[in-house]
Write a protein that binds this ligand. Structure first.
Ligand code: GUN
Length: 281
């Protein structure tokens, strides 16, 4: 294997340890302890796993954690009422509503109901708009984690051609803007892109965030490229990313593994966002 590993597990562990230390100091000084409310509606198995991981990490760093588990039959009105209560609760600095929501609930309406200052996911249009314009904003956790790991390994971004595969509001669009803000030349590709391979082959930095197992193969990657795999696909042979790791690791200079790459950083950045929200109190 040629590529070096971008070790998200290790980098995330360092972030978590430093947040834990900061919370210990906050507690020793009798200051406000960050509080994170996580809302889970329904029984989506993947969501349950993610929420469990978030709660565990929250407790590990010493935050106050408030889990609201609601039945799949919850109405939009009930959920909006809970969000209003959380918005007005001074003990709570961050509110995270786990997606996807059941179909009777309008997701946009719910995300817009969260106070932008408590929006630790960075999904509110005010935070998204501020991110795009370069104003102070809560950055979504996965894109923030990608920038963090690139910086942790001193990967050059300025002037590089970054190709983002995927245009979701959670990853593709915000990471494209964060890379642009750091003076990368950014191309966003998606399911209707013509000759995807030819475009990805031009990339110095590839960010794969499409949710299609092993779709980025070695022949699509330029020698020496940095490859960031955001995919978490559950197959019979375990978790796999959007990148064919075995093949691509032979041509890339740096690559994130799945698991142990971007995933752990997403949770670490959630804690970081909640800490930053709490420090403003
Ligand atoms: N569902 C999948 N990813 C995410 C995420 O980052 N935040 C929330 N709230 N829900 C998700």
């Amino acid at each position: 294997m040629k590529a070096h590993i971008l070790d998200g597990k290790k980098v995330a562990a360092d972030v978590v340890a430093s947040i834990k230390k900061e919370v210990e100091e906050i507690k020793a000084q009798g200051k406000h302890v960050p509080g994170l409310a996580v809302v889970l509606v329904g029984e989506n198995p993947a969501s349950k796993v993610y929420v469990g991981q978030k709660e565990k990490k929250c407790k590990e760093v010493g935050f106050n954690s408030f889990l609201h588990k609601l039945p799949a039959s919850t109405t939009e009105e009930e959920l909006l009422k809970l969000i209003d209560t959380l918005n007005n609760d001074r003990a709570i600095d961050g509110i995270l509503v786990q997606l996807p929501l059941p179909e009777q609930i309008n997701t946009d309406k719910v995300l817009m109901a969260i106070a932008p200052s408590k929006d630790v996911d960075g999904f509110h249009p005010v935070n998204m708009g501020n991110l795009v314009t370069g104003l102070p904003a809560v950055h979504p956790c996965t894109p923030k984690g990608i920038m963090y790991i690139l910086d942790a390994y001193n990967i050059d971004i300025e002037g590089k051609h970054a190709v983002v595969v995927g245009r979701s509001n959670i990853v593709g669009k915000p990471i494209a803007h964060l890379l642009l803000d750091r003076n990368a030349t950014v191309t966003i590709c998606h399911s209707r892109t013509k000759d995807l391979a030819a475009i990805v082959r031009q990339a110095d930095i590839v960010v794969a965030a499409v949710g299609r197992p092993r779709m980025i193969t070695a022949s699509m990657v330029k020698e020496g490229a940095v490859v960031i795999d955001v995919g978490i696909n559950r197959l019979e042979d375990g978790l796999v990313g959007d990148v064919d790791f075995e093949g691509v690791a032979e041509v890339a200079s740096w690559i994130t593994p799945v698991p142990g790459g971007v995933g752990p950083l997403t949770i670490a950045m959630l804690l970081q966002n909640a800490l930053e929200a709490g420090l403003k109190k």
